[in-house]
Design a protein around this ligand. Sequence first.
Ligand code: IPM
Ligand code: MN
Length: 367
Amino acid sequence: MSYKIVCIPGDGIGPEVVNEAKKVLDCVAKAGNLEFQYEDILMGGCSIDACGEPLTDEAIATAKAADAVLMGSIGGNTATSPWYKLPPEKRPEAGLLKLRKSLNLFANLRPAVLYDELAAACPLKEEISAAGFDMMIMRELTGGLYFGERSTKEVDGQLVAVDMLTYSEEEIRRIAIKGFEIAMKRGKKVTSVDKANVLDSSRLWRKVVEEVAKDYPEVTLEHMLVDNCAMQLVKDPKQFDVILTENMFGDILSDEASMVTGSIGMLASASLNDTKFGLYEPSGGSAPDIAGKGIANPIATILSASMMLRYSFDLDEAADAIDAAVKQVLKDGYRTIDIMPQDEESKSKVTLVGTSRMGDLICERIK
Ligand code: IPM
Ligand code: MN
């Protein structure tokens, strides 16, 4: 079988980590009689520099024609990069939002898992981290505050800014269905997160989620207010299986969840539409401070490639092989700088490696 993958290396550490993911994909291809064809497109700061806009229509068309998209990261230092002197709709992030919207990628899956081997990096109290956790944040990605009308106007002598938060029943229903489908393959529990004590959009969210839940009698549904959820994530993360939430809440909670794993460099993500097509990217940012140094952790991107095999290509075995190789590499004591233990004794038991070596070590462990 042959698959067409469009790559978006992007900015900062993006090109380095995408390279390692391709290396691992090729390794899997060899082992499994598969073929991956790659084509790069520009997005983010590099596209602004080359084409004057963060994502061209031509690039979108190329992405649309692929079987899946693998992305590194976009953007630069918001304080120093000239990209951030541009109006908001011309900045690197606008490219990503345009891509999400034009490919209708409404379902964002962000797993947050605490690996046994990295428990020492977890900032939570030991009695909490010892229990471990494994949750999937399902974030609605093409609605809500991100895509509502916005404006800044002068009213009675002062500036007033407005951002509209809108959700339709259909937008809520389709992400809820995805959430319950994923829960059926995991721990069969959905925690739907909203602010229904204040917001109309949240009350509609709750109503629609309850309707969808009727079709999944095996799944336990609970509702949680977003402020409480933020607290529960650090108090008792093990209680969560699938967290189902709207765009803005999901943005914030997924960063929080990634931090409690202690290692944002480990976290993959997938953005899906209602076909098999998806955009796969690490949850971390472009880390301009370490770009080009060969020290970035490629594991999140490699695990994103694994999600691509699982969700877009139905190649579960190949995905399992990558996930197992990553676990093994950690077990064998290899660490990039971001996941190095802090105390001297633990440090002496592991080996510090760079981006490319980490990719090679994972390849070596693919069966
Ligand atoms: C993310 C990022 C984006 C978002 C930014 C870069 C627009 O923070 O993928 O979580 O807010 O969705
Ligand atoms: Mn974010």
